[in-house]
Design a protein around this ligand. Structure first.
Ligand SMILES: [Zn+2]
Length: 99
């Protein structure tokens, strides 16, 4: 299968890596009603947000949802999330943490 963006076969295509390089991912925690904490990850444009959310839920063993390309995870995982995103191939410079 060829990439719809650059026309190259999948194994030569670097579109996804380039997209990842250009992004700023913002991670912050927020307090909801009744004092519940959530972790919000946004800025994930043009990547498979659903898949990333699924991996994050698995690695952090928590629940979470995707709304408008924004991932909301239950609990405060801000301090752990950077390493996990880096394992997924995002570079450190792309990730803005708001502790
Ligand atoms: Zn491509």
């Amino acid at each position: 299968m060829n990439c719809p963006k650059c026309g190259l076969p999948e194994e030569l295509c670097v579109c996804e890596e380039m997209t990842r390089e250009a992004q700023r991912i913002r991670v912050r925690s927020d307090r909801r009603k009744y004092g519940k904490m959530v972790t919000i990850v946004d800025g994930l444009d043009e990547v498979d947000t659903q898949k990333i959310a699924k991996d994050l839920r698995q690695k952090l063993a928590c629940g979470g949802t995707v709304r408008d390309e924004r991932i909301e995870l239950q609990g405060n995982h801000v301090s752990k999330i950077k390493d996990i995103l880096m394992d997924m191939g995002f570079s450190e410079e792309m990730i803005d943490l708001n502790l």
